[in-house]
Design a protein around this ligand. Structure first.
Ligand SMILES: Nc1nc2c(c(=O)[nH]1)N[C@H]1C(S)=C(S)[C@@H](COP(=O)(O)O)O[C@H]1N2
Ligand SMILES: [Mo]
Length: 230
């Protein structure tokens, strides 16, 4: 394996053996070499490579595991915490009142697979931020998921058009294994920044290292800089 990719040994060392949670590199169906080669010369509208360095396109989304939440449960709530003027707890129906956004995007897993043209629907995080009136001093958004999984992104990333709280994938409600009822979706950072089964979103002046980030993965997680490890 190339040394800029996650080697299995390195991963085991970082994760203490919870390999199943981030997926086994190579256990998925890649697009043909010819297709990957063709895609390698494509650029996105923003000028960046369609396939970031060290990544390979795959045919479909991979189930990467993690400690699953309850799925579509009537008791489910999304709790907004921290530096906001309106501390709010959203029930499912409250979230459905927000305008719904369709998003076609590529996602990039740190283990090396890239899924192109994935189709999602959800609520722009920025709309929620506006609704709860995020305070000036908030610099980070911390996603809190089932079983203590957390991950964070800067507020500047969170305000982008392509950052959503997703409930639908490929026209169907998210499968439980992919984060139902709701997951973060931050397509331009490695996929571990897209927390499945979210229950809370905290706005904070200070960053807090997330689950993978405190295990040695990059906190900035920029796929075009191959920013995989810290
Ligand atoms: N709650 C939670 N979210 C998570 C994870 C996890 O283990 N738990 N794994 C992350 C990682 S490493 C990846 S690659 C993606 C995988 O999402 P998928 O299973 O829908 O492909 O979810 C991310 N979000
Ligand atoms: Mo991942």
């Amino acid at each position: 394996m190339e040394n800029n990719k996650l080697s299995r040994r390195e991963f085991m060392a970082l994760s203490g053996g919870t390999l199943v949670q981030i997926g086994l590199p190579g256990a998925f169906v890649k697009l043909s070499h010819a297709k990957n080669a063709e895609l390698a010369s494509e650029l996105r509208p923003d000028g960046r490579l369609r396939i970031p360095p060290g990544q390979e396109a795959v045919e479909s989304i991979q189930k990467m595991g993690g400690m699953s939440g309850p799925g579509l449960d009537p008791e489910w709530r999304l709790q907004i915490k921290g530096e906001v003027k309106k501390l709010t707890t959203f029930a499912w129906d409250d979230l459905m009142q927000f305008p719904q956004t369709d998003l076609l995007c590529d996602v990039h897993c740190v283990t090396g697979w890239t899924l192109l043209d994935s189709r999602w629907q959800g609520i722009r995080l920025r709309r929620i931020m506006d609704a709860v009136e995020v305070k000036e001093q908030a610099a980070f958004v911390i996603f809190e998921a089932h079983a203590g999984y957390t991950t964070s992104i800067p507020v500047s990333e969170a305000r982008k058009d392509n950052v959503i709280l997703a409930h639908t994938f490929s026209g169907k409600h998210l499968h439980k294994s992919h984060g139902a009822p709701l997951r973060g979706l931050v397509p331009d950072l490695y996929f571990y920044k897209s927390a499945k089964w979210i229950k809370g979103i905290k706005f904070s002046a200070k960053d807090e290292l997330g689950y993978w980030e405190s295990g040695g993965f990059s906190n900035t997680a920029d796929p075009w800089k191959e920013d995989r490890y810290k």
